[in-house]
Design a protein around this ligand. Structure first.
Ligand code: SAM
Ligand code: SF4
Length: 474
């Protein structure tokens, strides 16, 4: 395939990302794979020759959104064809993995379906899709419509991906672990992302150095179950066959230029001593931890196959706060899991009151086909789920507001990441991942600057830059 279109214009790709940070990382890597084929990034589907929907399957409405978007793209494709041009449509990510051929059956305009472990093969898939399109234009009848690759290949995609390009605003994601072997009974991840895999520590360190050389000062280590990390140790590390996440974090913190480290998403069961000690000993490791608990009821945690109870979680919180007293906690909650009684839900509310979260995500249980939870008796009625979610979100929202308010009046380092809505306004993140809006020069984007926090809101804070001299020099 040439890197220009028949009309001599450069090809463009538009990538729409749904779901979690792993998908944001994968979308960036897909752009890296497509760049050598001549694809520039488009800001909207109507400017693109190729549209990739990088999808999420975690809850039902997430995948339904994909099908509505595909309907709109089919219309764009038909308009294009009427003008003698084409639009290639690819579905990537977890819906692609879970639904495979069903996607092309429901929406025949789709050209490519590629799973999360196979997108390094996009160049071959695009060539195959182009060949099929040529044959169809020549009047040949072909058996299957789209080109499909939802294998879990024996080789790791990481060995085939080009080096990551373009760090946005000083912060970069770094995928270190993928897949999951935990099989929580509500979750599709073990089926869509496959078995747990940890990248070798040497590969992670090399990518980290490269990201820092391209301007990253903050690295967020990603994995569906990131603290299950057990990557092969570098050859220089005598006597250790594998490194845990805690060990890896210590090594990453030694890279010159790494000012901030974060990791997500963790499982309570995998918070080991070495990782807790890293929270105490490694200054760049930010005092913020996203630690999903899902429920405060032992009965429901067992039905969810979470492999931890309420007490283990509460003891863990105490140990983490002993190690790092300013640690802010965030979590995920599911309400209305099958069999959840008023008493079980009450246990969740009590746990939230006891722990105090700085932020949280909470969801109504969504039945995912193929997971054990979807076949359990005593599914909870929608109205009950909605009422429980409102009560939980009111409690969590109050805690988030109180946490933000507790920081007003303090001076904190903020990593600026983007322009604000107003001209002259920029937005950054505190060590506790709170958004802060200030009036400041956009040249500060990508830098860590001290900010005095002046106002706390439900989801953000306002502040003013303390070291004005830096702004002038930046
Ligand atoms: N690995 C993480 C953990 O152990 O909790 C979770 C990763 S999952 C991709 C993100 C969140 O989606 C989960 O923590 C859970 O709260 C939510 N989730 C997953 N499956 C769900 C379902 N079937 N219904 C509602 N929420 C769900
Ligand atoms: Fe899903 Fe997380 Fe449970 Fe794995 S540990 S099955 S990713 S919820």
């Amino acid at each position: 395939m040439t890197n220009v279109r028949d009309d001599g214009q450069r090809r463009h790709v538009f990538i729409r990302t749904y779901g979690c940070q792993m998908n944001v990382y994968d979308s960036d890597r897909m752009a890296d794979v497509l760049r050598p084929l001549g694809y520039a990034i488009a800001d909207a589907p109507d400017q693109a020759d190729l549209v990739v929907l990088n999808t999420c399957h975690i809850r039902e409405h997430a995948s339904e959104k994909v099908y509505s978007e595909l309907g709109r793209l089919r219309d764009v494709k038909l308009e294009r064809r009427a003008m003698g041009r084409d639009l290639t449509i690819a579905v990537a990510g977890c819906v692609a993995q879970a639904e495979g051929e069903e996607i092309v059956r429901r929406q025949p305009a789709v050209d490519i379906v590629v799973g999360p472990q196979a997108y390094h093969r996009l160049p071959e898939l695009l060539a195959e899709a182009a060949r099929k399109a040529d044959l169809r234009r020549a009047g040949k009848r072909l058996p299957g419509a789209g080109v499909l690759d939802t294998d879990f290949p024996a080789e790791s995609k990481f060995d085939h991906l080009p080096a990551p390009q373009g760090v946005r605003a000083g912060s970069a994601f770094l995928s270190i672990q993928e897949g999951c072997d935990k099989f929580c009974t509500f979750c599709v991840v073990p089926y869509t992302r496959g078995a747990e895999y940890s990248r070798p520590a040497a590969a992670v360190l090399a990518e980290a150095r490269q990201l820092v050389a391209s301007g990253a000062v903050e690295l967020t280590l990603l994995g569906q179950n990131v603290n299950a990390y057990h990557g092969e140790a570098p050859c220089s590390s005598a006597g250790e066959a594998t490194w845990s996440l805690g060990r890896l974090i210590r090594a990453l913190a030694e890279i010159e230029g790494v000012a901030r480290l974060r990791y997500t998403t963790s499982h309570p069961r995998d918070m080991d001593d070495e990782l807790i000690a890293a929270h105490r000993d490694v200054p760049p490791l930010m005092p913020y931890l996203h630690l999903p608990v899902q429920s405060g009821s032992d009965r429901i945690l067992e039905a969810m196959n979470r492999r931890h109870g309420r007490d283990l979680f509460l003891r863990l919180v105490d140990r983490l706060r002993d190690a790092r007293p300013d640690l802010a906690l965030s979590s995920d909650f599911i309400v209305g899991f099958p069999g959840e009684s008023d008493g079980d839900f009450d246990d969740t509310m009590r746990l939230v009151e006891q722990v105090g979260f700085a932020s949280a995500f909470s969801f109504k249980y969504s039945r995912r086909p193929g997971t054990p939870g979807s076949a359990m008796p005593d599914q909870v009625p929608e109205a009950v789920k909605s009422a429980r979610l409102s009560a939980l979100q009111a409690l969590l929202g109050g805690q988030a507001r109180a946490f933000n308010a507790s920081k007003v009046g303090t001076v904190v380092p903020v990593l600026f990441a983007e322009d604000g809505r107003r001209t002259g306004q920029i937005i950054g993140k505190t060590p506790w991942l709170q958004s802060v809006h200030v009036d400041g020069n956009r040249r500060l984007i990508g830098h860590v600057v001290d900010v005095r926090l002046t106002e706390g809101h439900a989801n953000s804070l306002a502040g003013e830059i303390v070291v004005r001299g830096f702004e002038a020099a930046a």
